[in-house]
Ligand binder design. Structure first.
Ligand code: ATP
Ligand code: MG
Length: 365
């Protein structure tokens, strides 16, 4: 059914800190490619401050300070404000209004079964202290996606349950009130490494909240330091020992970042990543050599991002104007959808001449 709808992208990030290379390989890199493909009628990228407040209610200052950082991250990776609408979630009240109606279409037990929510409750020690707002954030995410009639949501793997939840809400809404909403598809990176990039500590996910990140804005010395201290194979003690590639973060990062031509440039003695991995498995290949290669590989990707960031940093007011302008455009789009939603639910009483006339007839006739 998706094909009959214009292709529209919606995705976003929580402004809980600067964006990291996990965001980059999981979603940002793909957003830029999709934006530049020219295949999409509209691209909406949202800074999800209202969602970030659901588990940071006591620290709005963190959110407030991070919005500009996320905006700079967007612009530095190549999201182009002339093509892509970048906006701030809380400034679009229509999104909150949609959430109120969607909440009635979802059961508490359905949200409780959401595996990402489950994991995040444990991670945040929310077992007995979870704010209601946090609990319903998957529903609010459905509002964000459907408000823009998005067909495509480029995200990391952890977001799949949210997209599934959104699709269920769309089916429920359309089934109950008529075909108004569009069922979105998640767009997940093909490479396993990019779906969920591990942290530099080897933990399952690089995450702002876990402090195991390489940030897009890290200076070269910082990237170098973080890579050199990265988790590898704890059993690989001496260079001559056979090493394990699986679960070895350095190799996972190479899977995510390195390109074939970089071998000729930096490690000509290896034909490709498979050859490098084979040598590591056999033994005789030290961690330092691979880490130095990884630093070169990552710098090729990060240096142009840093350069673009420096340009935008020179005019911060302009970045705020980009967001403000994005909010205006986003609000217009969300208001269109909300109008359709309320009309379908028949809660647009004052525009409903038939309703008013029937009551005139009933009481005055
Ligand atoms: P928080 O810890 O505050 O939740 P986060 O680091 O998980 O922060 P989000 O803003 O929740 O970041 O996620 C934004 C987007 O980046 C989502 O599409 C998510 O799937 C993706 N993403 C986040 N971390 C990774 C990762 N390590 N690998 C791949 N994609 C990721
Ligand atoms: Mg997250």
């Amino acid at each position: 059914m998706e094909t009959k709808h214009p292709k529209i992208i919606l995705t976003g990030d929580r402004p809980t800190g600067k964006l990291h290379v996990g965001h980059y390989v999981g979603s940002l890199r793909q957003r830029v490619a999709l934006q530049n493909s020219g295949e999409y009628e509209a691209v909406f990228i949202m800074i999800a401050d209202a969602q970030a407040l659901t588990d940071n209610a006591d620290n709005p200052e963190k959110i407030r300070q991070s919005i500009i950082d996320v905006a700079l991250d967007y612009l530095s990776v190549g999201l182009d404000p002339a093509v892509t609408t970048m906006f701030v979630q809380s400034q679009i009240p229509e999104l909150a209004e949609l959430t109120i109606y969607y909440m009635n279409l979802v059961t508490v037990s359905r949200v409780q079964r959401n595996p990402t929510v489950k994991a995040e409750i444990v991670q945040r020690n929310f077992e007995t202290t979870m704010p209601v707002g946090f609990f319903v954030y998957p529903i609010s995410q459905a509002s964000d996606i459907t408000a823009f009639k998005a067909t495509t949501v480029p995200v990391g793997e952890d977001q799949l349950p949210m997209i599934e939840q959104t699709r269920e809400i769309v089916r429920s809404f359309n089934g109950t009130y008529g075909e108004v909403l569009v069922e979105p598809d998640a767009l997940i990176p093909e490479s396993e490494a990019c779906k969920r990039l591990p942290g530099t500590d080897g933990k399952a996910k690089m995450s702002k909240s876990l402090g195991n990140c390489i940030y897009l804005s890290d200076p070269p010395e910082e990237v170098k330091k973080k890579v050199m201290s990265m988790f590898t194979d704890p059993g690989h003690l001496r260079v001559e020992d056979p090493g394990c590639v699986e679960g070895n973060a350095v190799f996972t990062y190479l899977d995510a970042f390195c390109r074939q031509e970089q071998f000729a440039k930096y490690l000509p003695e290896y034909a490709d990543l498979d050859a490098l991995k084979a040598h590591y498995r056999r033994g005789g290949l030290g961690d330092v050599k691979i880490k130095k290669f990884l630093i070169n590989v990552m710098e090729e990707e990060l240096a142009p991002i840093r350069a673009r960031r420096r340009e935008y940093e020179k005019d911060i007011r302009k970045v705020y104007r980009i967001l403000e302008d994005g909010c205006r455009r986003a609000q217009a789009a969300a208001a269109d959808t909300l109008r359709d939603v309320k009309a379908a639910m028949k809660i647009n009483y004052f525009e409903d001449e038939e309703l008013i006339q029937s009551h005139v007839d009933r009481y005055q006739g």
